[in-house]
Write a protein that binds this ligand. Structure first.
Ligand code: NAD
Ligand code: IPM
Ligand code: MN
Length: 361
């Protein structure tokens, strides 16, 4: 198949991890006879430096034309002055919103080989397979903001439609998995959460009576997620709760550098990015874990290009590399870690003799 893929490397470790994922996509294209065309554009701090804005028109237009977007990360100390008028993160929020990407899938499935990297006891992690569906274009991230000398406000707003569409998406995914959906809110305090809970209850009752719904308050969810992660399957929640809970959930997998994401909307074209940020503390050292971004490329193959076998081959290749102990510094005991390029080469090598493809042939 032909596909136009827009690559937005961004800042910090973003360029390193997107380069890794692009090399994997290139190898997939060669192996399966696809024609993937890659275009690269600026976003975030790199875009501010070059053009004065974190989401230049050329980037947005390219994203609107593309079949899928692969993004690294944005932000860093250079652009973090609290009084700055423009910030890299605004570019990321703006592109999510402009492309209508309201549903952000963040799967968390600890790999047996990395259980030791998690601070959670291994017996609690066995069999964990959680999918967090994070609402991505509403809530406190996008409400009006004010700032005066002695106060500041961030408005949190949700409409019925915004809740309905993400809950429907999560419920359909839950139906295809274990048939259980956990909706996370703060309905004991927040009006937006009471709306969220009402709408979720109605949509599930009317349209998904076969999917078991449970409501959970976000504070206790943060605890249960670590204490009994196996009890959860699909979790749907609002923008900020989903952001925080998934960084927490990364500790089930052992590292933030392992968690991919897919941001989807009404169109087939989505945006794919690791859940981690630009990691300024390790940027420029060639040691970032590329697996989260490579796994995001697998989600791109699956959700935007409809290439399920290819997606599974990439996931299997990463899994095989982990089985073989190919760990970057975030996962490995001191002295045994490999760099970004070696980890990427290990995935490319395993892609070459992929067992998923052998099963198919
Ligand atoms: P971060 O996710 O960048 O880093 C948190 C910790 O995890 C750091 O110690 C980092 O070294 C480590 N880490 C993250 N990704 C890793 C990887 N692939 N391999 C190995 N280690 C990894 O979060 P932060 O430090 O709070 O934020 C830094 C900047 O990134 C901020 O400007 C923030 O706004 C931005 N950010 C961007 C995105 C995004 O672009 N989607 C996401 C989160 C944070
Ligand atoms: C993420 C990031 C972003 C978010 C920031 C950088 C705007 O933390 O993708 O998880 O909060 O959505
Ligand atoms: Mn985040």
């Amino acid at each position: 198949m032909n596909a136009n893929i827009l690559v937005l490397p961004g800042d910090g470790i973003g360029p390193d991890v997107t380069a890794a994922a692009v090399s994997v996509l290139q190898r997939v294209a060669e192996r399966y006879g696809h024609d993937f065309r890659f275009e690269t554009q600026l976003i975030g701090g790199a875009a501010i430096d070059a053009t004065g804005t974190p989401l230049p028109d050329a980037t947005l237009h390219a994203a609107q034309r593309a079949d899928a977007v692969l993004l690294g990360a944005v932000g860093g100390p250079k652009w973090s002055d609290p009084n700055a008028k423009v910030r890299p993160e605004q570019g990321l929020l703006a592109i999510r919103r402009a492309l209508g990407l309201f549903s952000n899938l963040r799967p968390v499935k600890p790999h047996p080989a990395t259980l030791g990297a998690s601070p959670i006891k291994p017996h609690l992690l066995q069999g964990v397979d959680v999918l967090v569906v994070r609402e991505l274009t509403g809530g406190i991230y996008f409400g009006d903001k004010t700032r005066s000398e002695d106060d500041a406000t961030d408005l949190c707003r949700y409409s019925v439609t915004e809740v309905e569409r993400v809950v429907r998406h999560a419920a359909a995914l839950a139906r295809a998995r274990s048939g259980k959906l956990t909706s996370v809110d703060k309905a004991n305090v927040l009006e937006t959460s009471r709306l969220w809970r009402d709408v979720t209850t109605r949509v599930m009752h009317d349209e998904f009576p076969d999917v078991r719904l449970e409501h959970q308050l976000v504070d206790s969810m943060a605890m249960h997620l670590l204490a009994r992660p196996r009890d959860y399957d699909v979790i749907v929640t609002e923008n900020m709760f989903g952001d925080i809970l998934t960084d927490e959930a990364s500790m089930l997998a052992g590292s933030l550098g392992l968690l991919p994401s897919a941001s989807l909307g009404a169109r087939k074209a989505g945006l794919y990015e690791p859940i981690h940020g630009s990691a300024p503390d390790i940027a420029g050292r060639g040691i970032a874990n590329p697996y989260a971004t490579i796994l995001s490329a697998a989600l791109l193959l699956r959700h935007s290009l409809g290439l399920e076998t290819e997606a599974r081959c990439v996931e299997q290749a990463v899994s095989d590399a982990l089985d073989d102990g190919v760990f970057t510094a975030d996962l490995a005991p001191a002295g045994t870690a490999v760099g970004t390029q070696t980890a990427t080469a290990a995935v490319l090598e395993r892609l070459q003799d992929c067992r998923v493809c052998e099963l198919r042939d």
